[in-house]
Design a protein around this ligand. Structure first.
Ligand code: GLU
Length: 250
């Protein structure tokens, strides 16, 4: 299977966004739409939104610009409630610019469901994919991101942070990711390594984003994640951990 060379790794783009709103006042889908619109310059091939409403992750993704994919009819068909959502605008780096490679990628297993948005390149995704296939995982896209999603799932035994850390310990490459777990409707996880990622502080709601324009509608206060940092957006604010899982202050 093809492994990416470092030169290709320089071409990464894509935009990610995530929101956790403890108050329930914000319409998740509209918030992600606005943020993706502001990040449109980072990815114009496809886009998508995933939302967790009462433990059910649904969403929509397709080829096209944000305003082409999320027409008023599509917006109307998406859930109105929920306190957490993630979104993505894509330029393909691994796998063609096709619909099945559009993000967010979500998976459904007996163990649970999660959704991931990813900017970056998992360089050793070929080998990871082979070992996941030996464990019985099947793949619907050609992307490194799907390998990452299923790697996290394979490490998941009920503790989302531990699963993300265990999965990322096996990964070589770059990533800025946002993760929703179906069973954790009050936490959104963000991690970065060699791809940009910031978290923003709103009123009763917090955000993750690739870039500042996605946050401007809500806040001017943000922190830049350091290499390997993990941020957890939750009811009481944002908690930060280093790559070893130790709590750190921002
Ligand atoms: N490698 C992922 C994909 O092709 C993310 C794209 C990127 O960040 O460039 O979907």
């Amino acid at each position: 299977m093809k492994e990416l060379c470092p030169a290709e790794a320089l071409h990464e783009e894509c935009g990610v966004f995530g929101i956790y709103d403890s108050t329930g006042k914000t319409n998740m889908v509209s918030a992600v739409y606005s943020a993706l619109y502001a990040l449109q310059h980072r990815g114009q091939e496809s886009c998508g939104i995933a939302i967790n409403v009462d433990g059910v992750i649904t969403g929509h993704r397709d080829l096209g610009l944000v305003n082409e994919v999320f027409t008023p009819q599509v917006m109307d068909g998406l859930p109105k409630g929920g306190k957490m959502a993630v979104g993505h605008v894509r330029y393909a780096t691994t796998g063609a610019g096709e619909r099945e490679n559009a993000q967010p990628l979500t998976i459904k297993y007996v163990k649970g469901t999660l959704a991931v948005v990813h900017n970056g390149i998992i360089e050793n995704y070929g080998r990871l994919k082979e070992s996941l296939m030996k464990k019985g995982y099947t793949f619907e896209s050609d992307t490194d991101t799907e390998v990452l999603v299923k790697l996290i799932d394979s490490c998941y035994t009920g503790d989302p942070l531990a699963a993300i850390m265990a999965a990322l310990a096996k990964v070589r490459g770059s990533y800025a990711i946002g993760v929703l777990f179906k069973d954790f409707p009050d936490e959104v996880f963000a991690v970065r390594k060699e791809s940009p990622l910031i978290v923003g502080y709103g009123e009763g709601e917090n955000f993750l984003a690739s870039d500042i324009p996605a946050l401007l509608k809500y806040t001017r206060e943000y922190s830049i994640l350091d290499e390997g940092d993990i941020a957890v957006l939750h009811r009481d604010g944002i908690s930060f951990y280093n790559e070893f899982g130790q709590s750190v202050k921002k």
